[in-house]
Design a protein around this ligand. Structure first.
Ligand SMILES: C[S@@+](CC[C@H](N)C(=O)[O-])C[C@H]1O[C@@H](n2cnc3c(N)ncnc32)[C@H](O)[C@@H]1O
Length: 294
């Protein structure tokens, strides 16, 4: 079976009326996309900002009369879009389609992240088996990649690690596979805690080696290694908390920070950490440092 989609380039003020009209005309799904390259980072609480140039895609069954949809749109909301395109979308095995985009990836010297349906490229490497799920963290995003490379370069043997904002648990599990003795995954999202537990089990991590909890339940412990891939805003608010859970001489890695935010985050951590030079990847930075004796 095929489908038809209509792509409309418009502006946020028309988004709701165009969406309603497409649904009224029988659209099965309506999607909003960035019409140009305008990333939206860290929106304020309670806000759902849209891009200034918006592309709306309406998906219809193959028998839909798209001329009628366009005529109805022009008549009901004149001038609501700048350009439109109608396309046939060939049916695919959508469930399997996304799987083709995930490949084993190497981070640093020892560590690989491999989806379970692919052959492990190096059986002697440290192989973290991980499939994309609801919680963030597969290694494809630069912020995760920066942390995985950093972990790979550490001597983690026998170390206590905290992964603050653990998502899928990728960093905590990576640290354990690289030799850490114990990891604590902390996250505000219940799905992240569940995903971390599941992924640890899939990687045959013994049950006592990974614990997960909400921030409010963080035990009163100090880690040898603290890694946190969140976003600049929450990281700055968490500076004192993360410092209080890192041993003097312990290592810190922070990610989820855009290059232009690096200075502010560095300033927030400098009271407690001797910070290293910044490492950058695709516009994102990793900050690292060593906990001072204060
Ligand atoms: C970008 S994901 C990182 C996931 C994974 N650690 C990785 O590196 O791919 C950020 C995670 O931090 C969690 N998070 C956001 N704010 C938080 C906070 N204040 N305390 C703890 N976790 C938080 C989110 O729920 C999300 O799972």
């Amino acid at each position: 079976m095929s489908w038809i989609q209509i792509k409309l380039d418009t502006t946020p003020d028309h988004s709701e009326s165009v969406e309603d009209l497409l649904l009224e005309c029988g659209a099965l799904a309506v999607t909003f996309l960035d019409g140009c390259d305008q990333p939206l980072y860290e929106p304020d609480l309670g806000t759902t900002p849209l891009w200034n140039n918006l592309r709306i895609i309406g998906l219809f069954t193959a028998d839909a009369d798209m001329d009628a949809v366009i005529a109805h749109l022009n008549e009901t909301i004149p001038g609501s879009y700048q350009a439109h395109r109608v396309e046939i979308v060939e049916d695919k095995d959508w469930e399997r389609e996304w799987m083709t985009h995930f490949h084993p990836m190497q981070f640093g010297e020892r560590l690989w992240v491999c989806p379970s349906w692919k052959e492990v490229p190096d059986a002697n490497a440290v192989n973290l088996m991980l499939d994309p799920g609801l919680a963030f963290g597969t290694g494809t995003h630069p912020t995760t990649a920066l942390c995985l490379k950093w972990l790979d370069a550490q001597d983690l043997a026998g170390k206590q690690v905290i992964d603050y904002g653990c998502g899928s648990g990728i960093l905590a599990i990576g640290a354990l596979l690289l030799g850490a003795e114990h990891a604590l995954g902390v996250d505000t999202d219940p799905q992240a805690l569940e995903a971390s537990r599941d992924n640890a089990e899939r990687n045959k991590i013994a049950s006592g080696r990974l614990h997960v909890c909400y921030p409010k339940d963080t035990p009163d412990t100090m880690a040898d290694v603290m890694v946190a891939n969140i976003l600049a805003g929450p990281l700055m608010s968490l500076a004192e908390t993360l410092a209080s859970h890192t041993k003097p001489g312990g290592k810190l890695a922070l990610s989820g920070i855009l290059s232009e935010q690096a200075e502010d985050v560095l300033a927030a951590y400098e009271p407690w950490f001797e910070m290293d030079p910044v490492t950058e990847m695709d516009g994102w930075v990793r900050l690292s440092g060593v906990r001072r004796n204060n």
